[in-house]
Every structure is written in C-alpha cells, then in structure tokens.
Design a protein around this ligand. Sequence first.
Ligand SMILES: [Zn+2]
Ligand SMILES: [Zn+2]
Length: 131
Amino acid sequence: MVQGLRAAGLKLTPQRLAIVEAFADDATHPTAQEIFERLRRRLPTMSFATVYTTLDTLAAAGLCTVRALSPGPARFDPNVAPHGHAVCDACGALIDLPARPARAATSLPDGFVVRAVETIYRGTCARCARR
Ligand SMILES: [Zn+2]
Ligand SMILES: [Zn+2]
C-alpha cells in the first residue's frame, strides 16, 4: 500500500503511513472509527477527520475499497483484488472469501462489460450463531 501511495503521487506523511500500517494487513474490514481508536494512543493529535479523509484518499487512489455491505458505518478493505464476502446479519462482520471464476450471467443488460464478480453470502457468523 505504501508503494501504491507513492505511485499515486500522494505524499507519505507520518499520519498517512500510520493509517496504512494500522490496517494494510487487516482482514477484519475495520471502520474509520476502529482505525482511529487504534492510532489514538500513538498519535494523540490526530483527529478522526484526518483518519476519515486519509481513508477516503486511499480509496480514491484505488489502494483500498469502501464496503457498505452491512448496516452501520462503511468498512475499509485493504484487499483490492476481486473477492467475495460472507456478511453476518447479527454483528456485521465481513469475512473474506476467495474470488470465484466469473460465470456468464444471463440477466446482464446488453452491452454491460463485467470487470469483476463478487459474491456476497448473508447469514450468521459462527460466534453469533452460538449465542
Ligand atoms: Zn456475527
Ligand atoms: Zn474483503
């Protein structure tokens, strides 16, 4: 992601680097608030707005994806390769699934060019199902 920042011509400010470090290898799809909480102790002067704006900048540069698959605030996904998700209706958890090979859909509008096929399974995660 750091290389991507450079390639996109974005300045590597200490705050941007800290935010990238805080979630680049994170498969839990954290919210901006969760990333803010993680960094609060180390960077007490950083505001929530800075975290949010930086995540927005990363998303605009294609270095992460914004996911709004469950109720509540958007979650940020550092995995920009096409992949599917299992979404828990109870806690909103997003779990990554490997991408499936694209199958020709019969219901696509004429002339629609497919870039990626992402599967979403909705249900209950193991932790919530035990409750
Ligand atoms: Zn759950
Ligand atoms: Zn994901």
